[in-house]
Design a protein around this ligand. Structure first.
Ligand SMILES: [Zn+2]
Length: 321
């Protein structure tokens, strides 16, 4: 087997989020970029690159590692107030790369072997503008005022904590060309007929730059499976419409077993236009939406340790197959 270049670490500045076992910091886009840059500087086996820009012009970044045949794409924070998912992916990357360096284990697997068998790409922050809005770290008054105005049309949704969309009020996980018209019908019937904090499908499939960039990168990377992280529900969705995807149920059962989450069919009202729906439809391969944690998003940082303990073995198992 071909061996990947080893992960090694020159002295570095230390982790941004996970320093001493205490709850991590909130993942503002600046903090996430710092951490991704730090990982890329510390571990020679990882590659950091940009695959697009958000509405506000913030970079959409990915980190890829490994040199094996099986390709897995992980994504987090499609939805702004589900930013805890970003921290889970960042922590997982930290653990994976460090275990690879010291020849340790991640989940049930030897990390170095895993990276020799796989190519893993991580996109921890698909919606940087939205996450910054929810965390009140948005630096642009113009965009903040615009978002506040959008939220004013939907007064029952708390602002900014209830915000899931991108900064222009398009729900990035209702943007993919997989029953998009049906999603539009359902959400319009529910009253989401204009830019909104959540559930507005946008003017057309892939009209939002963030979703479009992810779709483009997914086509270029051509992964064997995708895992999209959301909160909440302790549940894994694995199916889209009537597509029968070879191996999807079997791997789904393994993901459920190692996390303790339930493997479930998507509820009909949300079984449309999502990233995993589109992947299942267009690629005919397994795609999973993992709804981590319980409670109301944004989930508190105090849940992070519990959630990470559930989801890390799932992420490792998804890599291994
Ligand atoms: Zn979500």
């Amino acid at each position: 087997m071909k061996q990947c270049s080893p992960c090694f670490n020159p002295p570095d500045k230390g982790e941004v989020f996970f320093t001493d076992g205490s709850p991590p910091e909130h993942p503002s886009s600046d903090a996430v970029y710092n951490e991704m840059n730090r990982l890329a500087g510390k571990y020679t086996c990882v590659k950091l690159s940009e695959f697009g820009k958000s509405v506000m012009g913030k970079p959409l970044l990915k980190i890829c590692a490994g040199c094996g045949k099986r390709k897995v794409l992980y994504s987090a924070s499609h939805h702004a107030n589900e930013w805890i998912t970003t921290l889970v992916l960042l922590k997982f990357m930290n653990e994976l790369f460090e275990m690879s360096r010291i020849n340790g284990r991640i989940g049930a697997f030897n990390a170095k072997d895993l990276l020799n068998r796989t190519t893993l790409c991580f996109i921890p922050l698909i919606n940087p503008d939205g996450v910054d809005l929810v965390l009140e770290k948005n630096s642009s008054e113009k965009y903040f005022e615009q978002a506040k105005k959008i939220a004013g049309d939907y007064p029952s949704i708390p602002f900014p904590l209830g915000w899931k969309a991108n900064i222009e009020g398009t729900d990035l996980n209702l943007q993919y060309p997989a029953n998009w018209e049906k999603a539009k019908q359902i959400k319009f019937d529910l009253g989401f007929v204009s830019p909104a904090p959540r559930d507005y499908v946008g003017t057309a499939p892939l009209s939002a730059p963030e979703s479009r960039a992810l779709a483009n990168f997914t086509q270029n990377f051509n992964p064997d499976i995708v895992v999209a992280l959301h909160s909440q529900g302790n549940v894994i969705y694995w199916k889209f419409a009537n597509y029968e995807t070879w191996g999807a149920y079997e791997l789904g059962l393994k993901l459920a077993a190692v996390s303790g989450y339930e493997l479930s069919q998507t509820p009909p009202e949300s079984d449309n236009a999502g990233y995993k729906d589109w992947f299942i439809q267009d690629f005919g391969r397994p795609g999973y939406t993992v709804e981590m944690g319980l409670g109301e998003s944004p989930l508190p940082l105090s849940q992070f340790g519990t959630i990470y303990a559930e989801v890390a073995p799932l992420l490792a198992t998804a890599a291994n197959g």
